[in-house]
Every structure is written in C-alpha cells, then in structure tokens.
Design a protein. Structure first.
Length: 66
C-alpha cells in the first residue's frame, strides 16, 4: 500500500524527495503523522501515570510490611 502510494506520487511529475523516510510524500500524510504523534504522546503520558501509581502502591505496601 505504501509502495503503491509512493509510486503514484512519482507519476505526477513532481519530485518530492525522500524527506523523513517518505512520511511526507503526500500533503495528507502530514496530518495523519501529526495525529499519530499526538496519539503517541497521549499514550506516553498514560504510561507514565500508570507507572507512577504502581510505584506509589509499591512504596505503600513496603511501608505496611515494616
């Protein structure tokens, strides 16, 4: 699918180059890449919050064990 889209982009006579490994070969790819990066950022924040809560629970369990 990606190869076919890159091949179609080359057929229109405009050389867009291989910037960012071909992620921005089409104007609509920029928006999808930004939404994907936003999803990664949200997932990263959720992961950090979960690990912090696990850390707090672990510390509380250690204090109760003493």
């Amino acid at each position: 699918m990606e190869v076919q889209r890159l091949a179609e982009a080359k057929d229109d006579g405009v050389d867009r180059g291989q910037t960012a490994c071909g992620l921005f070969s089409h104007p609509s790819d920029t928006r999808s890449f930004l939404s994907m990066a936003q999803g990664w950022w949200r997932g990263y924040l959720v992961m950090m919050l979960q690990s912090y809560l696990l850390y707090r629970a672990y510390r509380a369990a250690l204090k109760r064990a003493e």
